[in-house]
Every structure is written in structure tokens, then in C-alpha cells.
Design a protein around this ligand. Structure first.
Ligand SMILES: [Zn+2]
Length: 209
């Protein structure tokens, strides 16, 4: 209630403009939303679903999401991800948890927001699949000795770290804003499996091809 009240207030003070085409009235308009077709790519055991290709209005929207703190835009792009998840759930795909590919917590604090977490929170709220922040990106290559206590207890895979055992037996949906290639999410997927995840799917707003 308080949050939606604040969002409404913000919309009065800063009237939303579509991040894709600039049209007033919303953070990402219906025309831009309908202009993208979803993409599904399989790499080994990982199925990656994107709400659309990283081009045109969606590319503009991702850029604005990354470089400005606009909860309204994150909410509308989160809806696109939630729709793909809901479609898979309706097809009988099992998903026990939604796991954002989070930035390193220190970096997150510095920037005041984390796009993957914002998208994942919206997707979790809309689909009813629980949110679990079990995996995050390491800082720029810290030596094992400098990792915090929590990180030392956890599993490190590539540039990602997860809380050991936190996803045991679960089928999860990894969430990120964009994937540079079909293989971008293989490392966080491996980190999630190292935390016990049995099945991993990945969902992004946009995929570069
Ligand atoms: Zn638009």
C-alpha cells in the first residue's frame, strides 16, 4: 500500500515515458511490448527464454533499466519475464524458486538497485513462485582469502557464488535483465547446481543474437 502510494506519487511528479519509444503514459508501452517475440534457446541442459531480442525498443528499455533507477520500468519489464514463466508453468514445467542473477552485494549497495533482483521480485509476485536470492556475482576476481565468511562456506563457480545447499532438490528459474549470448547464463546456472538445484531454467528480458 505504502509502496504503491509512493509509486503513484512518483508518477505524478515524474510522468512516465516509454523507455522504448518515448511515448508518454507508461514506462514501457503496449505497442513496444507487443513488438517483441519471445525466444527460446537450449544450450546443453540449460533452457534460456527471452521476452525478446536485444534490439529496437527493448534494447532502449534495457539500457535505461541499467543506467537509471526507475522502479516503474523494472516493474513493467518484470511483467514480460513473469509472462514467460507463467506460460511455462501452464505447460507443466516445474519451478520451485525464482533466483535473480544478483550483482555483488557491495556493488548493489553502491548503485542502490539491482536490476535482476527488481525483475525477479516482480516475477515472483506475479507468478507466486517464491523468490530466493541464493546466487550472486563475485566482485572483480577477489582471491579466495578475501572472501567473506558466508562466501567461504558457499560454492564458487566461475564468477558466481551461491549459498551452499540453499537450492537443494529445487527446480529454479534464474532471472537476469539481458544475456549477451545463449551461453551467458551457464556460469550462474552452474553455481545454482552447485548449491543443489536439480533443474535450472533461465529467463531474461532480452537476448543479443
Ligand atoms: Zn513504446
Amino acid at each position: 500500500m505504502a509502496a504503491s502510494g509512493l509509486a503513484a506519487l512518483r508518477d505524478v511528479l515524474v510522468p512516465p515515458r516509454c523507455a522504448g519509444c518515448g511515448a508518454p503514459g507508461s514506462w514501457y508501452c503496449v505497442a513496444c511490448r507487443n513488438g517483441s517475440d519471445s525466444l527460446v534457446r537450449r544450450t546443453g541442459a540449460l533452457v534460456l527464454t527471452a521476452a525478446g531480442a536485444h534490439e529496437g525498443p527493448l534494447r532502449e528499455a534495457i539500457h535505461r533499466l541499467k543506467y537509471s533507477n526507475e522502479p516503474g520500468l523494472a516493474a513493467e519489464l518484470g511483467v514480460l519475464v513473469a509472462r514467460r514463466i507463467a506460460a511455462d508453468l501452464a505447460m507443466g514445467v516445474r519451478l520451485d524458486a525464482i533466483v535473480p542473477v544478483r550483482a555483488h552485494p557491495r556493488r548493489e549497495r553502491g548503485r542502490g538497485c539491482d536490476q535482476a533482483s527488481a525483475l525477479a521480485a516482480v516475477a515472483a509476485a506475479l507468478t507466486g513462485v517464491p523468490l530466493r536470492a541464493a546466487v550472486h556475482r563475485l566482485g572483480s576476481g577477489p582471491a579466495q582469502a578475501t572472501l567473506g565468511r558466508l562466501e567461504r562456506r558457499a560454492n564458487v563457480r566461475g564468477a558466481f557464488v551461491g549459498v551452499a545447499g540453499s537450492l537443494r532438490g529445487q527446480h529454479i528459474a534464474l532471472i537476469d535483465d539481458a544475456a549477451t549470448t545463449e551461453t551467458t547464463l551457464l556460469d550462474p546456472a552452474a553455481a545454482a547446481r552447485a548449491c543443489g538445484a536439480r533443474g535450472v531454467r533461465a529467463y531474461v528480458v532480452a537476448l543479443e543474437e
